[in-house]
Design a protein around this ligand. Sequence first.
Ligand SMILES: [Mn+2]
Length: 380
Amino acid sequence: MKFLHLSDTHLGYHQYGLQERAKDFFDVFNEAVDVAIEKKVDFVVHTGDFFHSSRPSNQIILQGMEILRRLNDAKIPMFVISGNHDRGSQVRDVSPLKILQPLGLNLIDSGVSEYEGIFFGGLKYISKAGLRQIDFREVLEKLVEKMGEGFKILMLHQEFQPFFPDSKLNMIAHIPEGFNYVGIGHYHVAQPPSSINGAMVVYPGSTEFTAYNDKEEERRKGLYIVEAEGSELKAEFIKFKSRRPFLFYLVNDENSEQILKKIKEDLEKDHYDKKPVLVLKGTVKDLTYSDIRHLIKNEGISDERFLHLQINLTRDQVDESSEPVIIDLKEDLIKKELQRLIGDRELSESVIELIDHLKTFENIDEIKKLLKENPEILDF
Ligand SMILES: [Mn+2]
């Protein structure tokens, strides 16, 4: 028995408001389907956030159908749960994955399904408020009880310690014995397989960046191929080839010119299949967004060489007397307040990323033009 496990494909996310980024998310999902077909897997497991939104556009639903059609043609079923992004609002609407169910998508949001002697237990994302009303371990114990003799897979999309330090969920305490394989989504950084309470626990991470994170880059983006040989389980991480490169630079007040020279070199020396996204991050005293934009112009770096420039600067709070610092302190407070109001960490990161992106524009007219041409930029 061999299967493919992937997670957090976030189909429909137009990062930075760019069509190219929306296509990137689709490209890597298709590459995963290529791997499934090539490796002749028996089925695919997807642990949530298939879509980026609980109201994907018709175009994105069609793209989701296209992926299912390719798997159906190869007679490979897909088993999926809803994540926090695509579970629907509970009260007003259902998960958009229900639209794909009649086309052969096996959505297991609460319960057990059996396929050729293999048991799939699924639980859609449960919010912090929802978790207070149930006994999570007991819910999972009931799922094991419903399963018969055979290989048992559990699919989850939750916040577990230590990846989410504020979470009350802990894998050792909350995942009961009885499962052979536990696939978990939600945490976007892929993890090596671990063994917990007799099960192999696997986090494949997200297939693309929803917010750039150097930890994610280190681990790379990909999927797991899991194979059972006798009683032994083997999981192999396969990295995507079609992924857009992200070039990351740490910038400060002193090194900005040097860094821009390095960027120019990096862009010229490599031939990329896809134009890279440049991410500049750093804690600075004086350096501003427009300084960086001017340096780029001075260095003669052509816009044609990269897809997007993302600048995330944090203001050094040493000198409290000067005006720009006060403004940035305010910005920091606004960010913290946004995080508190939105609650969901991933979503607030996306909102902050959009704000940072808008800060790189020269004036309000440029922003208006961007929003007019790319209304989906606000489609979180
Ligand atoms: Mn996600």
